[in-house]
Write a protein that binds this ligand. Structure first.
Ligand code: BJW
Ligand code: ZN
Length: 270
């Protein structure tokens, strides 16, 4: 599609909004990549940056298979706390605007790095209120880093719904009803592979998309950070929504410097 690469640093938000809306209005195929920033205004902490989850802990202490093998109680304590935070949060205006886009615009795929389930809940909310006979599944995201509300057996791999976890002692941690193995959160840690089928669907959609809308991610964690690169390689455009500059910003066709819950409703009211 080859949209012009204008100077993105000095352009005003309203000018960027106009350009982003024009790109989206022309696009038949849209892929959306979201990260922790899309849920920030729901009260879910981001990972990096001020107030991020990793200001006090290093990722390799908690989000790796080695950390879980070394101290499963510590890792479960962190995830049990995060589950309890997510349980009090609700989708915000950004999740709802994206769900509306995906329900209205047939060829839209939401790819999320988030494990909080808020895109899924937004799709249910919007579909339930819609007068159109469209099921919510069209707006369900591809969750490339898994889901915090699910458990997976570290022995047999069986997935089960997660509940409250007593992480006071290793003996109280949840165990698999089938093989007795230790359960873990069903998320993707550093050094672990993402589900190849899920990843293939994300990259296929990105490569054929005319626009990749990238919202609230620091764009440093691979392979998810390569999703917009696939759109650019296929001749499509990238629209970034983030209050801060990221490693992707220099290659984005449009950069909207603002908060997702403020920018997306304005951008997507096509
Ligand atoms: C707002 C906002 C508002 C604030 N509105 N915006 C290629 C190159 C280099 C390294 C690698 C590579 N390929 C693989 C690697 C290794 C590694 C990696 O990428 N490392 C880099 C960090 C250097 N990747 C992996 O290990 C992956 N596995 C893999 O590739 O397997 C194959 C392999 C194996 C072994 C060796 C090599 C290859 C797995 C990655 C799994 C990531 N898992 C986590 C934890 C998930 C579970 C959990 O939640 O606990 O996923 S890490 C964490 O980072 C989480 C996130 O999904 C992910 C991305 O973070 P995100 O979403 O971008 O959040 P933040 O906090 O970083 O950014 C928030 C942004 O929002 C900021 O920009 C703010 O400005 C913005 N914001 N408020 C809009 N209101
Ligand atoms: Zn098992």
């Amino acid at each position: 599609m080859g949209a012009p690469r204008l100077d993105r640093v000095d352009e005003s938000l309203s000018d960027a909004l106009r350009r982003g809306r024009a790109l989206l209005a022309q696009a038949e195929r849209i892929v959306v990549l979201t990260g922790a920033g899309v849920s920030a205004e729901s009260g879910v902490p981001t990972f990096r940056g001020p107030g991020g989850l990793w200001k006090s802990r290093r990722p390799e202490e908690l989000a790796t298979p080695e950390a879980f093998a070394r101290d499963p109680r510590l890792v479960w304590e962190w995830y049990a706390w995060r589950r309890s935070v997510v349980a009090t949060c609700a989708p915000n205006a950004a999740h709802l605007a994206l769900a509306r886009l995906a329900l209205r615009h047939r060829d839209t795929l939401i790819v999320t790095q988030n494990v909080d389930g808020l895109h899924h809940r937004a799709a249910d909310d919007v579909a339930a209120r819609s007068t159109e006979p469209v099921g919510p599944d069209r707006a369900y995201p591809l969750e490339v880093h898994g889901a915090i509300h699910r458990d997976r057996c570290s022995g047999c791999g069986r997935r089960t719904p997660g509940g409250p976890v007593d992480a006071t002692d290793e003996a109280t941690l949840p165990r698999c009803g089938t093989c007795g193995g230790l359960l873990r959160p069903d998320v993707v840690w550093f050094g672990e592979s993402l589900d190849p089928d899920v990843l293939a669907r994300a990259f296929e959609a990105a490569a054929r998309a005319e626009v990749c809308l990238v919202v609230g991610t620091s764009s440093v964690v691979y392979p998810a950070a390569a999703v917009p690169e696939a759109t650019l390689a296929g001749g499509g455009a990238v629209v970034e929504v983030n209050p801060d500059v990221t490693p992707l910003s220099a290659r984005a066709n449009v950069s909207l410097r603002g908060k997702a819950a403020e920018v997306l409703p304005a951008l997507l009211s096509l």
